[in-house]
Write a protein that binds this ligand. Structure first.
Ligand code: FPP
Length: 253
């Protein structure tokens, strides 16, 4: 019966107003995958796919604001992405730089707070400075928090947190027996936000790729074949609608 009602209701796409009547996720995380394939399908260089990929991100930030979703975390560049060909990496750095320059004013006007999560030591100074300026300029905004996962790897994040915990134990700031999940979560880059309720991955891949491994323990997962540059507003709303049908039990009955 549940399956039937699900199939039936999936025929009608709900509007933003209708979706707002039910529980919307507080935090959505997205793995924006498929830019390279989108580019090659259009006979374009890979970088054109990344450039096109900025558009759905902009639209989704706006939709989060309209829906009342308070946190959006976008996997923009992983720790492993540094190993891509030099020209793709430098093209992406230039794209991040230009995007912050082009979008900051509007994001700020719309109450979006930008937070960079990842290993800052590896990011070129010029690009890092733009992001850090954006963090300062938007730090009092509270409409939507946009976490940009950049030079981000979850295993690395967890390892760094373990090291911090060890230092705190050595310095007698905490007793080893007092280290619990809540304490540990506060040592991660995501210390100021709740765990994601929903994780979306585009492009037909069914993996997590070193993204928010600790934080997604109880997240709902949504996979779609759509390549990131083609990820439309309608499909984002569909993912939210799908989330609203999920029965979240957090291990309970
Ligand atoms: C993965 O697709 C995508 C990336 C590594 C880059 C994503 C970046 C953006 C969408 C720009 C965001 C901009 C800002 C300022 C946050 P892929 O290259 O792995 O695609 P493929 O699997 O088809 O090759």
């Amino acid at each position: 019966m549940k399956i039937f009602s699900r199939l039936f209701s999936s025929k009608k796409n709900l509007t933003i107003e209708e979706l707002r009547k039910s529980t919307v996720p507080k935090h959505v995380a997205v793995i924006m995958d498929g830019n390279g394939r989108w580019a090659s399908r259009h006979g374009l260089p890979r970088l054109a796919g990344h450039r096109e990929g900025v558009k759905p991100l902009k639209r989704i930030v706006r939709l989060c604001s309209d829906l009342g979703i308070k946190y959006l975390t976008a996997y923009s560049f992983s720790s492993e992405n540094w190993q891509r060909p030099k020209n793709e990496v430098s093209g992406l750095m230039q794209l991040f730089f230009e995007t912050v320059v082009a979008e900051l004013e509007e994001l700020n006007k719309n109450g979006v707070r930008i937070v960079l999560i990842g290993n800052r030591n590896l990011i070129p100074q010029r690009v890092l400075k733009k992001f850090e300026d954006a963090e300062i300029i938007t730090k009092n905004n509270n409409n939507v928090v946009l976490n940009i996962a950049f030079s981000y790897g979850s295993r690395q994040e967890i390892l760094e947190a373990v090291k911090k915990a060890c230092i705190n134990i050595t310095n007698k700031e905490i007793d080893i027996n007092d280290i619990d999940e809540s304490y540990f979560s506060k040592l991660l880059f995501t210390k100021n936000c709740p765990d994601p309720d929903l994780l979306i991955r585009t492009s037909g891949e069914f993996r997590i790729s070193n993204f928010l491994l600790w934080q997604i323990a109880y997240s709902e997962l949504y996979f779609t074949k759509t390549l990131w540059p083609d990820f439309s507003d309608a499909e984002f709303l569909k993912a939210i609608q799908d989330y609203q049908y999920r029965n979240r039990r957090f291990g309970k009955t």
